[in-house]
Design a binder for this molecule. Structure first.
Ligand SMILES: [Zn+2]
Ligand SMILES: [Zn+2]
Length: 288
């Protein structure tokens, strides 16, 4: 297989998943940011590392991933998720392990230097929120932007709060959007769907979408405190039918609530039964 380099924008299995297998077939380099690779290890363990082919198969995807596969459903339960949904989360998470193995030996970008690819030098733009350490590649002379999942046409990139990862993913995502939107872009190449023009417009509509979603979530709390799961049910229930969708809906809701808390519009209260969110003005009156 004649492949020399693979550039992985971020750690999600639909992007990173086959890179290790392709590397095993071709001997190619797999490039990521160091932060994105750390997130892959958080999700799926250390993979093969330097022990490739040395009995590492049994170890691949264990250790850390076992932790997150167990931590996340407990975390969701603390935020009010019902057994009906939380029971499926662990198996759902474990189902990804086979999709990312064998894991690649990763080369880290030198983020201070342009990356040479296809006869061009690409500026690396690192943002987070959708995925920590996500890299977009920008070619200034032509205005081409390879933006991975940082900016997508038509669909809003998922922004997930994950225990042990970025505690303010929505803030990070919005900062990243503003940074990406500051580049003059002639054509954007996203990780899903078709290349698109109007990059700045798309960035602005994603920024507006999240502000609206924040207002909607805050408004739900004006009549009393709610769990993260209760907010999630109101925001997303009609569109959620699978465990996969519920995991993203729940993580996205918690990301919005964390941002509302950071902006001091909402407070998170710990009770014997788990966490509740309350409007900042009436938090004291509603509980206790
Ligand atoms: Zn992604
Ligand atoms: Zn993706």
């Amino acid at each position: 297989m004649d492949i020399r380099d693979i550039v992985v924008t971020h750690h999600h299995p639909d992007h990173y998943g086959l890179s290790g297998w392709l590397q095993s077939q071709s001997g190619c380099k797999v490039w990521m940011t160091e932060r994105a690779h750390a997130e892959a290890r958080l999700m799926w363990g250390d993979g093969f590392g330097d022990d490739r082919g040395n009995g590492a198969e049994e170890n691949a995807g264990k250790d850390n991933s076992k932790d997150i596969n167990e931590i996340l459903p407990v975390y969701f339960i603390r935020h009010g998720m019902t057994d009906e949904w939380s029971n499926g989360i662990k198996a759902h998470l474990e189902s990804f392990n086979s999709q990312v193995e064998p894991q690649p030996v990763v080369s880290y970008f030198d983020v201070a230097e342009p990356f040479k690819m296809g006869g061009r030098k690409w500026q690396l733009i690192i943002t987070g929120g959708h995925a920590p350490g996500h890299v977009s590649l920008y070619h200034a002379d032509s205005g081409l932007m390879i933006c991975g999942d940082a900016v997508l046409p038509q669909i809003s990139p998922n922004v997930s709060l994950l225990p042990g990862s970025d505690p303010q993913p929505l803030q990070t995502f919005l900062q990243g959007l503003r940074e990406l939107g500051s580049y003059p872009v002639s054509m954007a190449f996203p990780g899903h769907r078709e290349p698109f023009a109007g990059f700045e417009h798309r960035v602005n509509s994603l920024l507006a979408h999240h502000e609206e979603r924040l207002d909607t979530a805050a408004a739900l709390l004006t009549s009393g405190p709610l769990s993260g799961f209760a907010v999630c049910e109101i925001l997303f229930r009609s569109r959620v039918t699978t465990v996969h969708q519920m995991r993203f809906a729940m993580s996205e809701t918690l990301a919005h609530l964390a941002e509302l808390a950071r902006r001091e519009r909402v407070v998170m209260l710990e009770t014997d039964n788990g966490f509740l969110f309350a409007a900042a003005d009436n938090a004291g009156e509603q509980i206790g």
